[in-house]
Design a protein around this ligand. Sequence first.
Ligand code: HEC
Length: 151
Amino acid sequence: MAAPVAAHASWPASRRPYRLAGMFRTFALTVVFVAVGCTTSPSSTTVTCPTTNPPTYASFGQTFFATFCTPCHSASNVGSAARNGAPDGLNFDTEAEVAANAEDINMMAGVGPNGPNHTMPYMPGPVTTPPTDAQRTTLAQFLACEEQSSN
Ligand code: HEC
């Protein structure tokens, strides 16, 4: 009995450096994953801003939000009934408001390789026809362009 116990007692001292190295490696990998997650934007669809003919607020965003979103998400709708429950203060009347909420909007309505998001527009309500997936893909591209230009 004595020999195995003695051998076993000698383990921790020699193993400790390896365990610490393993723990550090796990920690380092976690940091890398978190950092990569933060730089992929918008993270919910991984769509990027096209280099040729990127959709702009004038060519796409303004009409898209007016058609599908501001019937609820507008400062001119006051009170829960008029807003159809859309959160107070979450309005998409201007390009600045859209840009400030790009990530959240993408997660609710953008379509891309990693994320077909159909949560918004909330239906039923004043919007009776939802955007097509092609329009949602352009939305994700437009939001990526907005995020790029605000960086
Ligand atoms: C019929 C009204 C209505 C329309 C139209 C509408 N929304 Fe909403 N929106 C809501 C409601 C209600 C909520 C709150 C949902 C909840 O809390 O579960 C909401 C919440 C949101 C949120 C916040 C979600 C969160 O949990 O952080 C975003 C972002 C959003 N909508 C984006 C959009 C976009 C983009 C459009 C247009 C494509 C749109 N909405 C169209 C009613 C609407």
